[in-house]
Write a protein that binds this ligand. Structure first.
Ligand code: ADP
Length: 499
């Protein structure tokens, strides 16, 4: 077999990327292109599906050219994507009937509140593992069917297709031959029963969504179809699909129950492999499908912290005490501790496990001796405390302590933050050399399906650890810090309501 590389497509919220990966998990070429964001009203966020397609197919061709490869060199394509974003298109013409409604879009928030008032929270959580929220696709689909003229009649006549971004890309790459999604994307629609792994009739009725618009749900790693030959100069098997956070979990090779990863980006996204049965959370965590490979399904617990790297962005751009993000480490290490300063960065409320939209950022313990180094240190500590809280909630749910935390994302480059995380959780923190976990996850899923890699062990052999951080520090001092943090969180909550 002379197919030497895998092509991974990472369709994100602000850009489309294509990456060529070789057998040793090395990146041979990257191409990236941004696209427009539309904000038609306060709280609404849309993308143009045709621009998403143009940018994604464009970067795929560019990455192949940059690596000096053609379709014949590529063993398979793996796709990972921004989750929940919703597109409905015409089955005959492939024309979208409305823009893509992006995961961040809040237009259906009031409707979601009504569903909660109607007491549907438990039923929906039990079936889907999700909390009722405008994030997920179901209410976005309903909005399009309710608001685009004749959309529901057309859907009833079988003329329309719904898809998340993965479905849309596969549809376009196959010129309308294949209408599929994978279990991880399906599990973010709020229409999918994560126990039976089928679209749920009760939920389809509740949201008045005709089943004929839904894609077939497939595993995350199989040879689904081939790209049409007119793209990328030849047919390439499409063989892996997963939502971005699930792909990152797989890219970090968290394949054993109880293993976890945190992506430290703008927000922090914590995901733990929960094993082969869904753990429905009562601690404000989401339960979701991690992946399906062959007949094997893995589930995951998920919790998001809103202000991760955003806390550092605010120190830099909001109050100007940093010139760049990495300066936060130098400043933090220039003082022995935070000097009693505790910072709750609830800049946009608090996410898991608190879920308090009314909490606001609060700095405690400021004295005449407080300087910017103390504040920078407290900010980095706060990122780690928030992740600590989510991981504790997961450990409680699973009944076992975390053995090791794998990390990626921009802010995981900060050694002070990583060491402090290891100290707090009393667990090793492992940062891989190649931090592109999301892309690698999509590549792994596609490569395993096509025999490019034999098994997960072969992949693990090629995946290099960059640095690991062992827990240090005095447990009593650390516990005291955690107690003060929880007291600070308590005092920051509900603030916006009281204005
Ligand atoms: P996203 O994918 O959400 O855009 P990235 O993974 O690119 O995020 O990470 C960027 C975030 O990480 C920014 O919020 C930035 O402030 C933060 N960041 C980057 N480098 C560092 C660093 N050395 N220390 C702390 N935070 C950092």
């Amino acid at each position: 077999m002379n197919r030497t590389c895998i092509l991974a497509l990472d369709q994100g919220t602000t850009s489309s990327r294509a990456i060529v990966v070789d057998r040793e998990c090395r990146i041979k070429a990257i191409s990236q292109k941004g696209f427009r964001q539309f904000f038609p009203h306060a709280g609404w966020v849309e993308h143009d599906p045709n621009e998403i397609w143009a940018s994604q197919s464009g970067v795929a061709a560019e990455a192949l050219a940059a690596a000096d490869l053609t379709a014949a060199d590529i063993a398979a394509i793996g796709i990972t994507n921004q989750r929940e974003t919703t597109i409905i298109w015409d089955r005959k013409t492939s024309s979208p009937i409305y823009n893509a409604i992006v995961w961040q879009d809040r237009r259906t928030a009031d409707y979601c509140e009504r569903l909660k008032t109607d007491g549907l929270e438990k039923m929906i959580r039990d079936k889907t593992g999700l909390v009722i929220d405008a994030y997920f696709s179901a209410t976005k689909i309903k909005w399009i069917l309710d608001n685009v003229p004749h959309a529901r009649e057309r859907a009833m006549r079988g003329e329309l297709c719904f898809g998340n971004i993965d479905s849309w890309l596969v549809w376009k790459f196959t010129r309308g031959k294949t209408h599929i999604t994978d279990v991880t994307n399906a599990s973010r629609t709020m229409l999918f029963n994560i126990h039976t792994l089928k679209w749920d009739d009760d939920l389809l009725r509740l949201f008045d969504i005709p089943p004929s618009i839904l894609p077939d749900v497939r595993s995350s790693s199989e040879h689904y179809t081939d790209t049409a030959p007119s793209f990328l100069s030849g047919r390439i098997p499409i063989a892996g699909i997963a939502g971005d956070q699930q792909a990152a979990l797989f890219g970090q090779l968290c394949t054993q129950p109880g293993t976890a990863k945190t992506t430290y980006g703008t927000g922090c996204f914590v995901m733990m492999n929960a094993g082969d049965t869904p753990a429905i959370s009562h601690n404000g965590l989401l339960s979701t499908v991690a992946w399906q490979i062959g007949g094997r399904v893995a589930y995951a617990l998920e919790g998001s912290v809103f202000a991760g790297g955003a806390t550092i962005q605010w120190l830099r751009d909001g109050i100007g005490i940093l010139r760049n993000a990495s300066e936060s480490k130098t400043l933090a290490l220039s003082v022995p501790d935070s000097g009693g300063v505790c910072f709750v960065p609830a800049l946009t409320g608090l996410g898991a496990p608190y879920w308090d939209p009314y909490a606001r950022g609060t700095l405690f313990g400021i004295t005449r001796g407080t300087g910017i180094a103390h504040i920078a240190r407290a900010a980095l500590e706060a990122i780690a405390y928030q992740v600590y809280d989510v991981i504790r909630a997961m450990e409680n749910e699973m009944g076992t302590p975390l053995q090791e935390l794998r990390v990626d994302g921009g802010a995981s480059a900060n050694d002070f933050l990583m060491q402090f995380q290891a100290d707090l959780n009393r667990t090793r923190v492992v940062r891989p050399e190649n931090m592109e976990s999301t892309v690698l996850g999509a590549a792994f899923l596609a490569g395993l399906a096509t025999g490019y890699w034999k098994d997960e062990q072969e992949i693990a052999n090629g995946r290099l650890i960059g640095r690991s951080f062992e827990p240090q520090g005095d447990p009593d001092t650390i516990q005291h810090g955690i107690d003060r943090w929880h007291e600070a969180v308590r005092r920051s909550q509900g603030w916006a309501e009281q204005e």
